[in-house]
Design a binder for this molecule. Structure first.
Ligand SMILES: [Zn+2]
Length: 79
């Protein structure tokens, strides 16, 4: 059996809790970035009027719903 004093035990418990919190935070950031990346896959940014609209059929070239100009399927830059 490992002999641990009370201050050492408290320090170990706090270290374990902080490690768990950091891991949870890291995973939450990873899942959020993945979700934003997937949501951005179907969007097109119009180079003429600046409108951002969806491309559900994933066409290479699509007409803008605002001004009617043709735009290539390029993802808008992240904020
Ligand atoms: Zn447009």
């Amino acid at each position: 059996m490992i002999h641990v004093t009370l201050p050492e035990f408290i320090l170990l418990a706090m270290g374990a809790a902080l490690s768990l919190l950091a891991l949870t935070w890291f995973l939450a950031v990873l899942f959020q970035r993945r979700h934003e990346y997937r949501a951005r896959q179907d969007l097109i940014h119009c180079r003429i009027c600046g409108l951002i609209y969806e491309n559900p059929e994933k066409l290479e070239v699509m007409h803008c719903t605002g001004c009617g100009s043709q735009n290539e399927a390029t993802k808008p830059s992240p904020i």
